[in-house]
Design a protein around this ligand. Structure first.
Ligand code: IMP
Ligand code: MG
Length: 175
């Protein structure tokens, strides 16, 4: 493999600034509701940690893990939401928070799973909306940034479980 390089795309300051805007949109939408914030592990860890300190609303915090397993390890196959069974979401207002919206399959599937279990309303929030053609049928309700169709890491986003700790978001590429 050629050397990899990291090209900064979104700075730490830009993230902090944008999060305040997203938090205030969420606050306006969920005021007076029985809010359950559901963090999608592990990529949303930085986003949720920062967001919950900005929204200034009462809420319950829960986690799920979304995974896809295919016939071959690397292939995207059947989706699964792990941890749904132990959540109390019936008749409650859920906000699913993930790091990035790519094809949208993950959040479309997670949203449908929550609705099947009787959630009153399910909205989605991502830090990054990747600009790719898609047919998932949903768009995220709260979005921080858009990014080009490249592979990005940092601020929770990983490549093989690495780079999550970077305070900024950058493109990981070979060159
Ligand atoms: P989707 O189901 O295609 O929308 O994929 C969303 C999931 O794929 C995210 O929750 C991430 O875990 C992962 N993902 C997609 N694009 C990237 C990327 O550029 N960097 C890191 N993870 C990504
Ligand atoms: Mg993910």
């Amino acid at each position: 493999m050629d050397a990899t390089y990291l090209r900064p795309l979104i700075t730490q300051e830009e993230i902090a600034h944008e999060l305040k805007k997203v938090a205030s949109q969420i606050k306006n939408d969920y005021r007076g509701k029985d809010l359950v914030i559901v963090m999608v592990l592990k990529g949303a860890v930085c986003l949720v940690a920062d967001l919950i300190r900005e929204i200034d609303l009462p809420f319950a915090l829960e986690t799920v893990q979304c995974s896809s397993y295919g016939a071959r390890g690397t292939e995207r196959g059947e989706l699964q939401v792990i941890g749904l069974d132990r959540l109390h979401i019936h008749n409650r207002d859920c906000l699913i928070v993930d790091d990035i919206f790519d094809s949208g399959r993950t959040l479309a599937f997670a949203k449908a799973s929550f609705e099947t279990r009787g959630a009153a309303r399910v909205l989605t929030c991502v830090l990054v909306d990747k600009q790719v053609p898609r047919a998932a049928g949903i768009v995220p309700d709260f979005v921080g940034f858009t990014c080009p169709p490249v592979f990005v890491v940092g601020y929770g986003l990983d490549y093989r479980n690495r780079y999550r700790e970077l305070p900024f978001i950058g493109e990981l590429a070979e060159g």
